[in-house]
Design a protein around this ligand. Structure first.
Ligand code: NAD
Length: 444
């Protein structure tokens, strides 16, 4: 849909006016394409902790040039600055963050990466060390807000003993696949994980189910999982049958017309997966709807139908797939939540309830599924789809701009995040909620 304000801002005179009134210009984000190097420049590796050796190995294995001191030349742009902060045990020690990043901040190139690694505070005995590790979060989130030109900052907290589980997470967060993920904290535990033979096709030989796959974010998820090697069973309502078949044919997957709210939806999916493929390795609960209305004006139907699609269906289908044995060992389940499920939103009490409920599903199921299987949620912010194109102009423009990257994300950004969580190598990541929102200024 034509977007008037956007096209005015992006026109020559519009740019001048937008700058005057303080609308920051958005940098086109580097996004993944085949053959692209991990980083657009060398990685500077700082800090001394238990993770440094493994980070160094991963960087080199992924083809990055590693520097131990900042480049002397003014002009050289860094692809990433990675600081192993797991060795910081005191408040005084936190100075290392300031001394490490301060002088090189301006050398981080467009769509560059700042990565801080630490230890989950809950896994630390000593009080001052736990304080220091908790402090990393405030630093990293602020860094995300200070970086410019599409550069992002993330914190990875690695449980002691899970040092050899970080590769898939580092590869994702450093690469352009994480283009619209910013200011996030991800924990890596010690679940079962298998490194793929080919990092570009981690899902080779696997079967994935994606609900709501006929368009928008679901279509992008199906495409990216197929690119990564999976046979994708694309699910959507019969009314979307034609579009669904087109997507399935294009990606070499199969189409299954199914309303996820049907009483026997889980059973149908389980039988389909077992009979045709012997089971399922990846399940993405993406189908979702909005029925926006302030609470006092909301109809019974607007509450009930939304809750049935967005929350009851994922809860029930996950249960049935487990109970029937259709969810293979090593399976990955990903729920598509929303930042509005974290922060709440006027006129979306039904939607936010359902999306917060999905976070509850992830938190309740993850210990039960461990150590072989994982369940995580992604929480998209403003993503350019039919859903957001239907918003009123000014709400839409505010949604697009109010984040550290000054722009909306693309469906592929959500899809790439889901692909990382779906990888057999991501067994250490479970029970997490990863926002794909360009570090939206609203909410947590
Ligand atoms: P969309 O409306 O374009 O696509 C949703 C798909 O789900 C459609 O194909 C629809 O037919 C399908 N669907 C709906 N009810 C179904 C049912 N009962 N059974 C099977 N399929 C059903 O929406 P989208 O923008 O691509 O959103 C995808 C997901 O991402 C949703 O869960 C949404 O809540 C979430 N999300 C989107 C945004 C955004 O900015 N677009 C932000 C946060 C979260």
């Amino acid at each position: 849909m034509a977007d008037l304000l956007q096209s005015i801002i992006e026109s020559g005179p519009g740019k001048v006016v937008a700058k005057r009134v303080g609308v920051p210009e958005a940098t086109e984000l580097r996004r993944w394409e085949p053959g692209q190097p991990l980083l657009d420049g060398p990685a500077l590796l700082l800090g001394e902790g238990r993770l440094r050796g493994e980070v160094d190995r991963v960087l080199r294995a992924a083809g990055a040039a590693v520097l131990e001191t900042p480049p002397p030349g003014e002009g050289e742009r860094l692809g990433a600055v990675v600081l192993d902060a797991s060795g910081i045990t005191s408040v005084d020690g936190l100075r290392e963050l300031y001394e490490g990043f301060g002088p090189v901040l301006r050398s981080i190139g467009a769509s560059g990466r700042a990565l801080v690694l630490g230890t989950p505070p809950a896994a630390v005995e000593d009080v001052e060390e736990a304080v220091a590790q908790r402090a990393l979060e405030g630093f990293t989130r602020s860094l995300g807000k200070e970086l410019r030109k599409g550069a992002t900052a993330q914190l990875v907290l690695v449980k002691p003993g899970a040092e050899d589980r970080i590769e898939s997470t580092l590869r994702f967060l450093l690469s352009s696949k994480s283009a619209y993920v910013d200011g996030q904290v991800v924990q890596v535990d010690g679940g079962d994980a298998t490194d793929p033979a080919d990092w570009e096709r981690p899902l080779d030989g696997q079967v994935a189910v994606v609900t709501g796959a006929s368009r928008g974010i679901g279509e992008a998820i199906a495409e990216v999982l197929a690119r990564d090697g999976a046979h994708v069973v694309c699910v959507d309502v019969p009314a979307q049958g034609e579009a669904l078949t087109k997507v399935a044919n294009r990606i070499g997957g199969s189409a299954l017309q199914l309303d996820v709210t049907a009483d026997d939806a889980g059973q149908t999916l389980a039988e389909h997966a077992k009979e045709r493929h012997g089971g399922v390795d990846v399940v993405v609960h993406n189908a979702g709807i909005t029925r926006d209305r302030t609470l006092g004006r909301m109809s019974d139907d607007e509450w009930d139908v939304l809750m049935a699609v967005n929350l009851a269906a994922p809860v029930r289908i996950t249960d049935t797939l487990l109970d029937t044995g259709a969810l293979n060992e090593g399976a990955r389940v990903v729920c598509v939540s929303s930042v509005n499920g974290i922060a709440g939103q006027r006129g979306q009490a039904n939607y936010a309830t359902s999306k917060a409920g999905l976070i509850g599903l992830v938190q309740a199921q993850s210990p039960k599924l461990a150590p072989s299987r994982t369940i995580n949620a992604v929480a998209p912010g403003f993503i350019e789809t039919q859903m957001t194109a239907a918003m009123p102009l000014f709400t839409r423009e505010a949604g697009r701009r109010l984040n550290s990257l000054n722009q909306g994300g693309q469906p592929v950004d959500v899809a790439e995040t889901i692909a990382w969580l779906s990888s057999p190598a991501s067994g250490g990541v479970t029970g997490q909620v990863v926002r794909v929102c360009g570090q939206m200024l609203l909410g947590a």
